[in-house]
Design a protein around this ligand. Structure first.
Ligand code: NAP
Length: 279
């Protein structure tokens, strides 16, 4: 139950029905007995500017943004933070005392917090597959964390080259056909393509050259155990699924809107997993 003074936030997407964020924030709101609500808000891209203008007037605390709005929203922000400026995309907005829109990109934070405990300080060579919106955040996170060598590989090489221009001198682009051979000496392999997601083809890659003690992260979480992670686990690699990224990216927004830092617990993961397809 919410009262007349409940704090309200939500997620804006088109479509938005697939989003796990209402379930995630709803769990925390109930866990901490907060008088608040987090709602799905289906918004067409053409209506985004009007909706952004209306948010403060409606008394909302802020919102998350999901596809296709993360890049489209940037021109409407009054205060984009450094991460938003660096990668040109925002996924979390909170409203200042004066009604202005503060934009953050917590996908970067979520990705890094999710993988950090598994890296054991190794920040040598990373290979990133994909050059879409998610890959941009992944590359930026790896650069911020000080990875020595970051190799970027995408089916459409021109898109990888465009991403390289975002971070001059920090990314090496290799052709898609080299995705298996570049794994030699790699500390971290990240799948940031949509390959392996439910309803998509699996990622076609041979892991033979990958050191057995390196980590493999998939940012996909539907299913949780992608074919890539299953193959990597079978040969003894450390595997990191995408659900942790989703959970961690939600923390800064929750803190701004509802006034406390929520915890990531096994109970929360189990609750979210009930809504995630098995394979
Ligand atoms: P996007 O902008 O549409 O990019 C899709 C990427 O997948 C591109 O690099 C694309 O390559 C590649 N790809 C698609 N089909 C392919 C195929 N048949 N063969 C080779 N490459 C293919 O999507 P995105 O926003 O970056 O998201 C990527 C994935 O990350 C999605 O599955 C999304 O659900 C997931 N994600 C997870 C989180 C999380 O919190 N865990 C957050 C954000 C996104 P081309 O450039 O050649 O088309």
């Amino acid at each position: 139950m919410v009262s007349g003074t409940a704090k309200v936030a939500g997620v804006i997407g088109w479509p938005v029905a697939h989003s796990l964020s209402p379930r995630l924030h709803g769990y925390w709101l109930e866990e901490y007995r907060i008088d608040g609500a987090y709602i799905p808000m289906p918004v067409r891209p053409d209506d985004l500017q009007a909706v952004m203008r209306a948010l403060p007037k409606m008394g909302l605390r802020g919102c998350n943004l999901t596809l296709p709005h993360k890049e489209l929203v940037v021109p409407f922000l009054d205060h984009p933070d450094e991460d938003v400026k660096a990668i040109g995309a925002a996924n979390t907005i909170y409203i200042g005392q004066d009604g202005s829109l503060h934009g953050m990109n917590t996908d970067v934070y979520g990705f890094m917090r999710n993988i950090e405990p598994h890296l054991a300080g190794r920040r040598g060579k990373a290979v990133v597959l994909g050059a879409g919106g998610a890959a941009r955040g992944v590359c930026y996170g790896l650069i911020k964390e000080g990875f020595g060598e970051i190799i970027l590989i995408n089916r459409t090489q021109a898109r990888a080259e465009a991403l390289r221009e975002y971070f001059p001198g920090r990314l090496l682009v290799r052709p898609w056909k080299d995705r298996s051979s570049v794994l030699e000496g790699c500390d971290l392999l990240v799948n940031a393509t949509s390959l392996g997601m439910a309803g998509h083809d699996p990622l076609d890659i041979a892991l033979d050259a990958l050191p057995k003690d390196s980590a493999v992260a998939d940012i996909i979480y539907t299913p949780l155990h992608t074919p890539l992670l299953v193959a990597a686990k079978d040969r003894g690699n450390i595997v990191i699924d995408g659900l942790g990224m989703l959970i961690h990216q939600a923390i800064p927004g929750f803190k701004h809107w509802f006034g406390m830092t929520p915890e990531v617990t096994p109970g929360l993961r189990d609750y979210l997993l009930k809504a995630v397809p098995k394979a």
